[in-house]
Design a protein. Sequence first.
Length: 175
Amino acid sequence: MTTKFKVKVPESVSIEIKESEVIVRGDKGELKVNFDKNIIKIEKAEDTIIVSCEKNIDAQKEQAGTVAALIRNAIIGVSQGYYAELALVYEHFPASIKVQDNKIIVENFIGSRDKIVIPFEKEKVNVKVSGTKITIEGIDKYEVGQTAANIEQKVRPKGKDRRIFRDGIYIIKKP
């Protein structure tokens, strides 16, 4: 008995199955999902992708479920896209944020003269700053989430009591 996971494909999305990767194309771009062709079998049937594994072993079922979820995320990404929202919070010193090229620059964080520079990959995500809000948009859920997490981790008060110094950049909405 084989385990099968079905993924619905909307009409606006095209899927191409190659030897060990699935290429998902849509209005917003293209994403590739890699998989182990020795364990997982992927078939296309009309408007559905069927991800299956030959043996009914837990590890193989988990891998097939993961690949199905990655394909689902890629379909959502190329058709609708993902976005995350972050907010700059300051109580003690008025900090500011700006985007230059492929870097986010935070100035005057907790009164520091040093600028905090956070790099990001401009080809994969689009970062917009409006006042104290940061919006990250992209088609890859992982890249959007990782960029938001990197920003949140970099702009944190170090060596201060978090109950008193609540300054920082915090994720408001996850992708």
